[in-house]
Design a protein around this ligand. Structure first.
Ligand code: RFL
Ligand code: PHB
Length: 388
């Protein structure tokens, strides 16, 4: 079997890349380890930057998002009992779209079906070969049979635990990592959101986030120690802890219900450089991870895909500048989001070794945001996202 670009991973990065390339006449095969249903059940991101929204429209996968997504023009932050709002549109002229990653993924699968794109699910032992030559290939097993696909390029869109990054020899990549000493316990519930916009709460008991998917579906998170397990948290215990971390005026409005999904995610900052090795290009979580506090992970995946799809399409039109500049261009944007995600994480969470001095620094950071329009402008520009 032969194609132009083999895409490892059928998450949002892989699907969006496949969609943009196919629409431009570049042939792809997507190899995904899991079933489509499994991929569609993962509950993850909820906030799309304007660049991601535009790219989904460019991919012909934006119609349902435009009809059902919720533009948000600001968000709330809290410091113990004090609540204030950052108005994105007033400060920088932009907004974000609240629309779940699950829905984005579903829309991309539908768009891929409509153009007849090739996906192979349930693949095992995916192995990348000859990446430093102009004739790379990928082998894999499916239903007990061994297969090989030859191609011009391989796109590694297989997330943090995928095989693509690991196919680059250790001596040829430089990894930067920061692991945070806590995780997020997330709950999805069929209840109306507590506020009209997201609430990021800094509280002596730990960070909390009140997010949402739509008018009847809420997503909440609380910071928990890494030693906690999901089974340690009954629904009642979760709601009580969330309520305790929100200012009273917000907590009083909270409507609770049974959890539909409950999971714990560790927090990490990670970058692997460069994002190209021979004919292999890394996209999204395969190359970098941000803590979810800044809502940047899916949006970085989208900007990587934009730069890579532009570069590959230009390559087939005879111009290699896009693929040659891919890694530098993507990483410039990645590091800005790294800085923002790290700084909001640091400002909002309780760290086990936090000194009284560190706590004062958090307080003054939040106070700056509450009182300085310049500080709110910087936050708004970063949250709504830099240009793609
Ligand atoms: P994914 O989504 O991990 O998809 C990778 C796919 O590759 C498959 N795969 C393989 N396939 C074949 N062979 C192999 N050897 C393979 N190994 C893996 C996997 O099965 C999977 O289908 O990476 P991708 O596409 O780069 O997308 C990245 C995003 O999913 C991620 O950045 C975001 O979810 C991060 N994130 C958020 N991002 C935002 O922009 N805004 C948010 O509000 C936001 N909230 C979040 C988040 C992530 C969270 N968790 C669970 C880490 C909230 C949470 C709690
Ligand atoms: C979510 O709704 O899942 C979400 C929203 C904002 C974040 C992280 C997660 O910063």
């Amino acid at each position: 079997m032969r194609t132009q670009v083999i895409i490892i991973g059928g998450g949002p990065s892989g699907l969006l890349l496949s969609q943009l390339l196919n629409r431009a006449g570049v042939a792809t095969v997507v190899l995904e380890r899991q079933s489509r249903d499994y991929v569609l059940q993962r509950i993850r991101a909820g906030v799309l930057e304007r660049g991601t929204v535009q790219l989904l429209h460019d991919a012909g996968a934006g119609a349902r998002m435009a009809a059902e997504g919720h533009p948000h023009h600001g968000c709330y932050l809290t410091q113990d009992q004090h609540l204030f709002r950052v108005d994105f549109t007033e400060r920088c002229g932009h907004a974000v779209m609240v629309y779940g990653q699950t829905e984005v993924t579903r829309d991309l699968y539908d768009a891929q079906d409509a153009i007849g794109a090739t996906h192979i699910h349930g693949v095992q032992n995916v192995t990348l070969h000859d990446l430093k030559t102009t004739a790379p290939s990928v082998t894999f097993e499916k239903d007990g049979m061994q297969h090989r696909i030859n191609a011009d390029f391989v796109a590694g869109c297989d997330g943090f635990h995928g095989v693509s990054r690991a196919s680059i020899p250790e001596g040829d990549r430089c990894e930067y990592e920061k692991v945070y000493p806590f995780g997020w316990l997330g709950v999805l519930s069929r209840t109306p959101p507590v506020m009209d916009e997201l609430v990021y709460a800094n509280h002596p008991r730990g960070f909390a986030l009140a997010s949402m998917r739509n008018e009847t579906l809420s997503r909440y998170y609380i910071q928990v120690p890494l030693t906690n397990r999901v089974e340690d948290w009954s629904d009642d215990a979760f709601w009580a802890e969330l309520r305790a971390r929100l200012p009273q005026e917000v907590a009083e409005r909270l409507i609770t219900g049974p959890s539909i999904e409950k999971s714990i995610a560790p927090l990490r900052s990670f970058v692997s450089e460069p994002m190209r090795w021979g004919q292999l290009f890394l996209c999204g979580d395969a190359a970098h991870i941000v803590p979810p506090t800044g809502a940047k992970g899916l949006n970085l995946a989208a900007s990587d895909v934009k730069y890579l799809s532009d570069g590959l399409i230009a390559h087939y039109a005879g111009d290699d500048s896009g693929i040659d500049g891919y890694s530098d261009r993507a990483l410039r944007r990645v590091w800005k989001a790294m800085r923002f995600s790290w700084s909001v994480t640091t400002m909002m969470h309780r760290f086990p070794d936090q000194s009284p001095y560190d706590q004062r620094m958090q307080q003054v950071e939040l106070d700056m945001l509450a009182t300085s329009t310049a500080a709110r402008q910087v936050f708004a520009e970063n949250y709504t996202g830099h240009d793609f």
